[in-house]
Design a protein. Structure first.
Length: 197
């Protein structure tokens, strides 16, 4: 309940600033992408409940059935020129504010995995399911420690650390993450998955 109240208060505070940016990106997306400016994908939320996550489309239509599928690397040919810009700046994530409004996501929490994505991963922590005890977030503990430059196994270790924090400690960690995330977005090297050799 406290988390939900905090999310609503943060939304009320940022919407006057984010609103014009959202509108500008949406108009630009219509100009550059012509159709299907939004992309949606089924993700795993709290207690592994599935929900539809929204983004501005940054790749060609039906990209998931082409190339490297769910994974995207810096040299991915499926990413459109406009998509490269909104990905590098993480502006493609703005529509997830609707997921926060709907209560499916919070501002801070483990990033929601694509349905079925974790089934393909190996060497995951045995207590991995604990990460689903709380709502997924727009940003999180793993995000400010490496984001997509981390493997799923590494991300989940950070997620489990976050979940294990007491409610009081998590409250202050959340404030730190929310304040620090905008600065971390300038680290453009972590907006794509890291190739594993």
């Amino acid at each position: 309940m406290i988390q939900r109240v905090r999310d609503i208060l943060v939304l009320i505070f940022i919407l006057p600033f984010i609103g014009p940016i959202f509108l500008l990106i949406m108009i630009s997306a219509i100009i550059f992408h012509n159709e299907k400016i939004f992309f949606s994908q089924m993700r795993l939320g709290i207690n592994q409940k599935q929900f539809r996550l929204y983004k501005f489309r940054s790749m060609v239509i039906n990209a998931e059935s082409q190339g490297t599928g769910l994974y995207s690397f810096a040299d991915d040919k499926r990413i459109t020129p406009f998509g490269k810009f909104i990905r590098r700046s993480s502006l493609d994530e703005l529509p997830q504010l609707f997921n926060v409004i709907k209560g499916e996501m919070s501002f801070v929490g483990p990033r929601p995995a694509v349905v079925g994505e974790l089934d393909e991963e190996k060497d995951l922590p045995s207590n991995m399911m604990d990460r689903f005890k709380i709502k997924p977030g727009l940003t999180g503990w793993a995000q400010i420690h490496g984001r997509d430059n981390l493997t799923w196994s590494q991300k989940i270790v950070y997620d489990l650390d976050y979940v294990s924090f007491s409610s009081v400690k998590r409250f202050f960690i959340d404030i730190f993450i929310i304040i620090f995330t905008p600065f971390y977005l300038f680290n453009f090297k972590v907006t794509y998955e890291k190739r594993m050799h």
